[in-house]
Ligand binder design. Structure first.
Ligand SMILES: Cc1cc2nc3c(=O)[nH]c(=O)nc-3n(C[C@H](O)[C@H](O)[C@H](O)COP(=O)(O)OP(=O)(O)OC[C@H]3O[C@@H](n4cnc5c(N)ncnc54)[C@H](O)[C@@H]3O)c2cc1C
Ligand code: SF4
Ligand code: SF4
Length: 1024
């Protein structure tokens, strides 16, 4: 036995790496050597055994490894990552299992039971009420159990594994014109298992109902690890199953009697309103039992993983609407919008959604959602989105007309926007779906819009009066709140801003929750209408359902789960809603000096703690965030996983030492620093900045690898390579040299290296004849970045020529690197020096309003983004940032002003142009100017591809250990999109890395969009 001291929570089992163990400070009792699935040696540190749950720890992990095929993670980082969901709660689980199949689920359940430990099935962990946090072995079913087994087009059925994401199911079902009806706002990451667990619903529930209405049959693993098939049972089938001496037999024996004993209470005690996601659905069971059968599948829906684990589901699909149109009513107050709901409902809409000013304002602040602002009229306090479906467009539009007429007649709203085609609807849907997430973005520090009274619903006819009484409760407690909701079904997601780390606030929250609960009861509504009970509402179920029904629910729990082994403490027998609060339990942030400035309250930890776990970074088929998650489907490699890991490290007594931990480093390592989270995460979690800071601290302790130094000095290396042309190209292509570089430097031999050109951008600039056009627009600075200058000069040449043709006098800034490459390698001191040098060279011109442009977005936009964090307090930085523009923006202005005229007869006319934007451009400046410019080429058919990150990310794709992942990311969407294009399609990409990756992954050449524009203007035709 080795004695170690560890920075662990006393009484908690911790598996740490050798290195972290060496940093340990607290006294521990025992230590075991082990070997993980990945073959890496680990040190298991066990704290006070008396405080351990029985059987937890090393033996449990080892026992699970013997019987489970999927990975087992019991280390402290994994436990922390799975200690939270999108709720305000956090409980550290005992460990995490990633089952590969139903047998793994059964084996985990049996093994955990042998150790006296509960299990907790989990999907995407987007629950808002704390359903997926608990002291249990968490089974992450989203990782390996996301298959679609079968879609029966004729019967409109789908058989799926529980981890399938709704959007994936919908994409597959779309081939048959089908869709899964209930549509949560989280449909791009929420799993069917989680939807079944919570009885989820969504904006279209007025038409499609809730998940319970679409579940036909479930294969489950019961609490003793046995398997069962749940679905409608005839009395004969029930009796035959009831004869077995199994848990399933006991359930089939006992259930009818239990339902019968409480029939009266079930008939009268359930809330009258149909949209019910709280409690156990005894009403549905009683209904099916009364009809001469027993539908256990429907009963299981909404049971929040407390009764059994679903391992396969058969669900009903509905016909996908052929046409959709949306009306957006503009209102002067939230109340006015709610009052217009009744008229909307009279027009048979598919959805009526409310969005208040708070969310609108937040959407304006984010590039991702900004498009909405430009199509709204005036300055509405609230919007009502009313959706109509139709088999024909005329049918759908008729709904719009009826609504407009009614609202006009009754004086509702001051304007109604009509979105008929898909392009018009895109911005609306984007913001509507992100509503709740956007609201969360209004958090400052621990003051967050919290989910504790966010899911009540009443009859829509009573909604206006209910909402005004609700507001009075908030006013009486001095709380502000964002309003968002599904008005068509009387459901309001009202989230008051509360700081639970402040004294008295948990009590205040409780008081409000109790008052709202009473209001709901008075209105005959439901306390939870789609988000479930979890830790936030389960405590109130006795009051909501009454003593007898509550007792019946407790009996149900005992019948299904006699050992209390399934996600205990939810729905019945729950702790107080104010227990296990994430923010209240968080220790103050230990001091930490950082090289970058983090402006969030709480510095670097505060920046990581902005993550509210809503899981948008687990989406898989749109946008960029998060490429490493898209390729691995591993929570570790999502933005959320990284933010939580950093929060864990930065909460340790010595955060600087914790940043040197190998496990943390492994979690951060696959972040491509694409910055997509900065714009796409509603909370703006900026993982690229967090990673680079953490990497710098890691390297302080472990040294800087030679490869990182090389990549950080890319300008010097490229200058050398360029000077040695063509020898450098020959050396780069020489196989033995490449193999040696892979072996000794870790630079993948499979990745072609960029090729140097005879003339670099600087020599071309010096040698060429002066500009043909006069410089009517004045001076402009062109950033000669380290990549364009030496390996891709044609992109720079095209841009410079175009800018000159547009009337600018170009000055080349070629004295040094912007610092981008150093930043990405965590070489922050070097990056700061470079940033200071660059700022010094540019500041005077920037202050005069001279634009600074460049064709490599990642370099150019570093001036706008990281310089502020690298050089806090330097007054020149803001001027440089303000002067930084995409050249496309200036050229677009020139086209608009008639200074640059693109000829009808041009080399690109009649060609299709497929454009892929660079991640940093998308995150910081957007691609609108580039696409608008390309669209302006007469005769060109331009399409912007939503293909995510290319996977290259600067040096990332060159690194041997990242090469495979880099290519897998490209294969997700980008490569297939390129390959699907006809031979003569022109591929345009703004990033040098993207162009390299496209060429390598698909064999197709890609050019900077400005090269294509230049080609369209070839010979100077059309230039005035
Ligand atoms: C921004 C935001 C917007 C949201 N909007 C909506 C909305 O419009 N409508 C809505 O209904 N909800 C909404 N939610 C809540 C949440 O997204 C949904 O409840 C979703 O269906 C949960 O899916 P999940 O995969 O994340 O499940 P999880 O959160 O992982 O799990 C949910 C519950 O199901 C249980 N469970 C998971 N898998 C299984 C299984 N295989 N067997 C048995 N039990 C299982 C879990 O134990 C847990 O109790 C929103 C949440 C957020 C953060
Ligand atoms: S990183 Fe952003 S998108 Fe991901 S879970 Fe956290 S808040 Fe949500
Ligand atoms: S920077 Fe990119 S790769 Fe890194 S966490 Fe954010 S989205 Fe993911």
């Amino acid at each position: 036995m080795t004695r170690l001291t560890a920075p662990h929570v006393p009484g908690v089992t911790t598996i740490v790496s050798r290195r972290a163990a060496a940093l340990c400070t607290a006294r521990v009792t025992s230590c075991v050597q082990g070997r993980s699935a990945a073959g890496r040696e680990e040190v298991l540190v066990i704290g006070d055994p008396a405080a351990e749950p029985a059987g937890a720890g090393a033996e449990l992990a080892a026992a699970l490894r013997r019987v489970v095929g999927g990975e087992i993670r019991f280390d402290s980082y994994s436990r922390h990552l799975f200690s939270r969901d999108a709720s305000m709660y956090a409980i550290e689980p005992i460990g995490v299992v990633f089952p590969r199949d139903a047998d793994d689920v059964a084996a985990t359940t049996v093994t955990a039971a042998e150790f006296g430990v509960p299990v907790l099935p989990r999907g995407a962990g987007t629950s808002l009420a704390g359903q997926t946090v608990g002291r249990a072995v968490v089974m992450d079913l989203s990782r390996h159990m996301g298959g679609i087994i079968d879609i029966g087009a004729e019967q409109r059925l789908a058989r799926v594994q529980p981890g399938v994401v709704q959007e994936q199911l919908n994409l597959a079902a779309a081939r048959y014109g089908l869709v899964f009806g209930p549509d949560t706002s989280t449909s791009n990451r929420a799993t069917l298992g989680g939807m079944i667990g919570n009885n989820s619903a969504g904006s279209q529930s007025v038409r499609y109902g809730m998940t319970i209405d679409h579940v036909l049959a479930l294969d489950v693993v019961l609490s003793d690890g046995s398997r069962s098939a749940f679905g409608p049972l005839t009395e004969g089938e029930r009796l035959s199953r009831a004869a077995a001496a199994t848990l399933d037999g006991a359930i089939c024996r006992e259930l009818p009697g239990l339902v019968e004993r409480h029939r009266e209470a079930i008939a009268t005690g359930f809330p009258r309103f149909w949209r019910q996601a709280g409690g156990y659905r005894l009403d549905r069971l009683a209904g099916s039992a009364g009809a001469g059968g027993l539908d256990l599948a429907k009963f299981l829906v909404g049971s929040e993983g407390t009764l059994a684990t679903v391992v396969e589901a058969t669900v009903q699909l509905v016909r996908a609407p052929r046409f959709r149109v949306i009306a957006v009513g503009h209102f002067a107050s939230v109340q006015a919008a709610i009052e217009a709901t009744e008229d909307a409902l009279a027009c048979q809409p598919a959805a009526v959604e409310l969005l208040d000013r708070t969310i609108l304002e937040l959407s304006r602040q984010k590039i991702e959602y900004r498009a909405l602002g430009s199509i709204l009229h005036g300055d509405p306090e609230a919007l009502l989105f009313v959706t109509f479906f139709g088999d024909t467009l005329a049918e759908a539009v008729a709904g719009l007309d009826r609504l407009a007429e009614r609202w006009r007649a009754h004086g509702h709203g001051y304007h109604t926007l009509r979105a008929v085609d898909a392009t018009e609807q895109a911005a609306l849907l984007n913001v509507r779906q992100a509503g709740l997430g956007l609201l969360m973005a209004a958090s400052t520090g621990a003051r967050r819009p919290l989910a504790f009274v966010e899911d009540t619903a009443v009859e829509p006819a009573r909604l206006a009066s209910y909402a005004s009484r609700f507001r009075r409760i908030l006013d009486a407690h001095g709380l502000t709140a964002g309003f968002y909701g599904h008005c068509s079904v009387g459901c309001l997601h009202i989230r008051p801003f509360v700081d639970l780390s402040a004294p008295g606030q948990p009590e205040l929250m409780r008081a409000v929750a109790e008052e709202v609960r009473e209001l709901v009861l008075e209105y005959g509504g439901v306390n939870s209408s789609e988000h479930g009970d979890g830790l936030a509402r389960s405590e109130f179920n006795r009051r909501v359902f009454g003593d007898e029904l509550y007792a019946a629910m407790q009996q149900m729990k005992r019948l299904f789960d006699p050992g209390n082994r399934m996600n205990p403490g939810k729905i019945v027998n729950a702790p107080a809603m104010t227990d296990h609060l994430r923010d209240a339990a968080q220790p103050p942030a230990p001091p930490l000096a950082t090289r970058l400035r983090f402006s969030a309250p709480g510095g670097m930890r505060g920046a990581a703690d902005r993550c509210m776990n809503i899981g948008l970074c687990r989406k898989a088929s749109t946008g960029v965030m998060c490429p490493s998650y898209m390729a691995t489907r591993d929570e570790d490699h999502s933005t959320r996983g990284r933010a939580n890991a950093l929060l864990h490290a930065l909460s340790m007594p010595d955060p600087r030492a914790a940043l040197g931990d190998d496990r943390l480093h492994g979690i951060l390592d696959l972040c491509l620093e694409c910055k997509a989270c900065q714009s796409e995460c509603p909370l703006g979690v900026d993982m690229a900045a967090l990673k680079t800071e953490a990497l710098a601290a890691y390297q302080d302790q472990h040294g800087v690898p030679l490869r990182s130094r090389m990549f950080g000095s890319i300008r010097a290396l490229n200058r050398l390579g360029s000077a040695a042309f063509p020898l450098s190209n020959a050396a780069n292509g020489w196989r033995p040299a490449r193999l040696a570089a892979e072996r000794w430097l870790g630079i993948s031999a499979a990745r072609p290296l960029p090729r140097f050109q005879r003339h670099d951008l600087r020599s071309w600039f010096r040698r060429r004849q002066g500009p043909a056009a006069s410089a009517s627009r004045g001076e402009l600075i062109f950033l000669a970045d380290s990549f364009t200058t030496f390996t891709e000069p044609p992109a720079g040449m095209a841009a410079i020529e175009l800018l000159e043709l547009a009337g600018w006098r170009v000055r080349l800034e070629d004295a040094g690197c912007c610092g981008r490459a150093s930043l990405s390698k965590g070489l922050l001191d070097a990056a700061r020096r470079m940033a200071a040098g660059m700022t010094g060279r540019l500041a005077e011109a920037a202050a005069r309003g001279v634009p600074i442009v460049g064709v490599e977005p990642s370099c150019l936009l570093t001036l706008r983004d990281e310089y502020a964090a690298l050089l806090p307090g330097d007054p020149r930085v803001a001027a440089v940032a303000a002067a930084t523009r995409l050249p496309e923006e200036l050229l677009l202005e020139a086209v608009g002003a008639g200074r640059l005229v693109l000829p009808q007869d041009n080399a690109v006319s009649g060609r299709r142009v497929l454009f892929h934007g660079h991640c940093h451009q998308k995150a910081l400046a957007g691609t609108a100017a580039t696409t608008a410019l390309l669209h302006g080429i007469p005769g060109a058919d331009v399409v912007e591809v939503d293909a995510g990150c290319c996977g290259m990310a600067g040096s990332f794709g060159f690194e041997a250990e990242h090469y495979e992942l880099s290519m897998s990311i490209g294969e997700l969407r980008l490569f297939p999109a390129m390959r699907a294009e006809p031979e003569d399609t022109i591929i345009a990409a703004t990033g040098v890395s993207c162009r390299q990756q496209i060429a390598h992954g698909t064999g197709r050449p890609a050019r900077h969009p400005l090269e294509i524009l230049r080609q369209a203007l070839a010979g100077g035709r059309g230039v005035r």
